[in-house]
Design a binder for this molecule. Structure first.
Ligand code: ASP
Length: 416
């Protein structure tokens, strides 16, 4: 009997997760032992992925950057990556802006305190300049211990470049060491995905469904539909079209190649936790070289978040509509720019995008007290939107890696 392909296993796990989650929804599931066991599979899966993120980012970036001997290629990759990230995120923001202005999901929405979360425990993020400052870690080991992605990436790129510049003997010793370490971490990733991903996804989906109450969703249903619609346009139309124009390849090939990563992003709501799976799919299924993948993807998981960018923009326009405030053109422009910055600064973890909305609301002059209740309600319904936007985020990263690889003359999708 041939073994079922991984993406089918994951899809089946999702369907079962929904069924089991619905079953537990009306019960005292938190004290149910079977529920506890199933949910723990999800927690273990996420912990395993998180366990390998720091060594994976570290070794993959150093290996990738150190192997780029030609410094002009490194500069070229950097510029292409930045261009791609900015362009696709701006596209996503424009979609969010247009849809919320057309559909006006916030007009007439009355939010009582009923069902809302207390937003006062949401930590307000710092200013956009802090994002830049945060990139330079005071201590790389501390950055690694805290899982500070931007800091780790900065240090790893710098170290990779420096390794490629030291004398021959030392250079090959160091390169070989990090390369071997990287291969070993990729083996760990493979094992985790092969043996734990389906059952982990089952646990995560079960938990997400069991915990979702439906009453609050009806109050802000239009808001949710607007964002889901925008995300769908971006992931099913804009990104595939761009991919096709740049690579002349059927986008379905790419979606097939990254299906496991999409499912993992959907169920974990974390681009960072999904990174090992994205790396594996993009390298092994799409055929992107390690040099390109290790440069584009870790950075992408941290700073390129199209789904989050769309959400930041649409979310703030929604808030302004609920408050009954008409945003001027220049304020809407501020929203576009700060939504981009907020998406860059958002960490690749669940609900990070929602917290970053404060940066945008502050930029257009809303007071935290006024928006806190609305953001609290948005938090209550955030999980499904977060799942969707995380999937959009990693899809954009992977398309970026493929498009850039293609432009560097790499041969892709040879196995499909
Ligand atoms: N959860 C998202 C991610 O990890 C970030 C967000 O909340 O928008 O990509």
């Amino acid at each position: 009997m041939t073994k079922l392909k991984l993406h089918w296993q994951i899809l089946i796990a999702m369907v079962f997760g929904i069924g089991i989650g619905l079953y537990f929804q009306d019960t005292e599931f938190n004290s149910n032992k079977l529920y506890g066991l199933i949910a723990s599979f999800g927690t273990i899966f996420v912990r395993l992925l998180k366990m390998i993120i720091v060594p994976l980012i570290f070794t993959s970036i150093i290996t990738g950057v150190a192997s780029i001997k030609d410094s002009s290629r490194l500069g070229r990759l950097g510029i292409k990556t930045l261009l791609y990230y900015t362009m696709t995120s701006l596209f996503a923001i424009i979609i969010g802006l247009t849809l919320t202005n057309l559909i006006e999901p916030g007009i007439g929405v009355e939010l009582g305190s009923n069902g809302s979360f207390d937003a006062s425990n949401l930590k307000t993020p710092g200013s956009p300049a802090e994002i830049l400052i945060r990139m330079v870690p005071l201590n790389p080991f501390n950055a690694a211990a805290r899982g500070d992605m931007l800091g780790i990436i900065f240090f790893a790129i710098f170290l990779g470049i420096s390794i490629s510049r030291v004398k021959n003997q030392q250079q090959s010793t160091l390169s070989n060491f990090f390369e071997s370490m990287f291969q070993a971490i990729m083996k760990m990733t493979e094992t985790i995905i092969k043996f734990v991903a389906p059952i982990g996804v089952l646990g995560l989906i079960t938990k997400a469904v069991a915990n979702s109450g439906f009453e609050i969703f009806t109050a802000v249903g239009k808001y949710m539909m607007t964002i889901a619609f925008g995300l769908s346009i971006h992931i099913f139309f804009v990104l595939p079209l761009f991919f096709f124009l740049m690579t002349k390849t059927n986008p379905m090939k790419h979606f097939k190649a990254i299906s496991s990563a999409m499912a993992t992003a959907f169920s974990t709501s974390s681009s960072s936790a999904t990174l090992p799976v994205t790396m594996k799919c993009v390298k092994e299924n799409a055929g992107v070289s390690n040099e390109t993948a290790s440069f584009v993807l870790p950075m992408g998981a941290t700073v390129n978040m199209d789904g989050t960018a769309l959400y930041e923009c649409a979310g703030v326009i929604f808030i302004s509509q609920v408050l009954g405030i008409d945003l001027s053109i220049s304020q809407q422009f501020t929203v576009v720019i700060t939504a981009l910055l907020a998406s860059i600064g958002a960490a690749g973890i669940p609900s990070a995008g929602l917290v970053m909305i404060f940066i945008v609301t502050q930029a257009v002059g809303f007071r935290d007290e006024d928006v806190a209740l609305i953001i609290g309600t948005m938090l209550a319904v955030d999980r499904p939107l977060d799942m969707f936007r995380t999937m959009v985020n990693i899809t954009s990263d992977s398309i970026g890696a493929a498009v850039i690889a293609k432009s560097e003359g790499e041969k892709l999708y040879q196995n499909s």
